[in-house]
Design a protein around this ligand. Structure first.
Ligand SMILES: Nc1ncnc2c1ncn2[C@@H]1O[C@H](COP(=O)(O)OP(=O)(O)OP(=O)(O)O)[C@@H](O)[C@H]1O
Length: 346
């Protein structure tokens, strides 16, 4: 049984629109989700991506039981997340980037003690888990601070720890690293990679931080205007540009970059001593480097793979051609053999 099953889920919102609208204008309707299908297995770490307003948070709300879809079915470990809210709550952990589940007027440690009692965790288990979480997230430094006085980074770390304290099978993370500094982001990523490494959890991460996704998510689900535009591996998605790589060559002594005449090699940009070339799939990097090195004295050659950010930028800008050509025949969830493996810690 998959950990999460979403079948034909649709959700529309009706709003009255602007305060001073014309009499002829009826209520506005937004299609947030349009017949979405999704299966996620235990052990998977899925990046749920899409532009602002694509429907990601709505899908997370539906999967966590916070919102009832207009049509379709959702099963989370076999339960209807809305009807079986109490049982479902034991199976899931949720973070919503900007909101906290800590008690605002209490010290951070008090919130954790309340959660311990709510989940009925034995004292020894609680102490061990808090120690593990402290090792990753450095919580004890602000343990005695009232939640309302925690900095954003401190609060987000506490929220993440609170979401995983009861070791839920499913973890829904909505923008877990928003506004965090580089070091705190690394702490959060390391903790998530460690959780994923156990293979005991299904984790859904919604984020606009492409680096989070590259570091953590072997599988990507891309939502566009409420529909699934792509469901496949990170490698499939970054391969969408045809696997084209770029190379930046810089010559010593500030001399102009060489012209490289090779099939499948194209000069993209020339900026004094720096030249950027595109290498089509199949062009050998070694042969290209040999050509360049033979031509002149080279200061640096920098090969770059296809970046997820560039692929998303072109898809968000409306270029779906390559995506349609590359769309996998079946979702990874439907074919266990195609399922990507767990990430390695950053
Ligand atoms: N409670 C609501 N009432 C009316 N419209 C809503 C409501 N919640 C979401 N929407 C609309 O549904 C669409 C999807 O919103 P959603 O929050 O799911 O997008 P998102 O992909 O999470 O966006 P973002 O990346 O900006 O957080 C948007 O057009 C949004 O305006």
């Amino acid at each position: 049984m998959p950990a999460i099953e979403v079948r034909g889920v649709s959700k529309r919102f009706r709003s009255r629109g602007p305060l001073f609208r014309r009499r002829t204008e009826g209520p506005r309707e937004t299609v947030a989700l349009d017949r979405v299908d999704l299966e996620i297995g235990t052990g998977e770490f899925v990046g749920l991506l899409g532009q602002n307003g694509a429907g990601k948070s709505t899908l997370i709300r539906v999967m966590t039981g916070l919102m009832v879809p207009d049509a379709g079915e959702v099963r989370v470990l076999g339960l209807d997340p809305n009807r079986d809210q109490v049982r479902n709550a034991r199976n899931i952990g949720v973070t919503f980037g900007q909101r906290t589940q800590l008690w605002w007027d209490l010290r951070a440690r008090d919130s954790f003690e309340i959660l311990r009692d709510m989940y009925g965790l034995p004292a020894a288990t609680y102490t061990r888990r808090m120690r593990e979480l402290d090792d990753f997230l450095g919580l004890s430094a602000f343990w005695d601070t009232q939640a309302r006085h925690l900095s954003l980074g401190q609060r987000v770390r506490c929220d993440l720890a609170a979401a995983v304290l009861h070791r839920p099978v499913l973890l829904f993370l909505d923008e877990p690293t928003i506004g965090l500094d580089i070091l705190v982001k690394d702490q959060v990523r390391a903790m998530l990679a460690d959780l994923a490494g156990t293979g005991d959890h299904a984790i859904v991460l919604t984020t606009h931080d492409v680096a989070d996704v590259e570091a953590l998510c072997p599988r990507i689900v891309l939502i566009d205007r409420g529909r699934t535009l792509f469901d496949g591996t990170l490698a499939d998605l970054t391969g969408i540009g045809g696997g084209r790589r770029t190379v930046v060559v810089e010559l010593a002594g500030g001399r102009a970059a060489p012209e490289v005449r090779m099939p499948g090699v194209r000069l993209l940009e020339l900026d004094g001593a720096r030249a950027t070339y595109a290498l089509e799939p199949g062009v050998s990097q070694a042969r290209f480097a040999a050509r360049v090195l033979a031509a002149d004295e080279v200061r640096a050659i920098d090969f770059e793979g296809v970046r997820l950010e560039d692929v998303l930028r072109s898809i968000y800008a409306g270029d779906h051609r390559a995506l349609n050509a590359q769309r996998p025949a079946a979702s990874p969830a439907a074919s266990p053999a195609a399922r990507p493996s767990a990430p390695t810690p950053p």
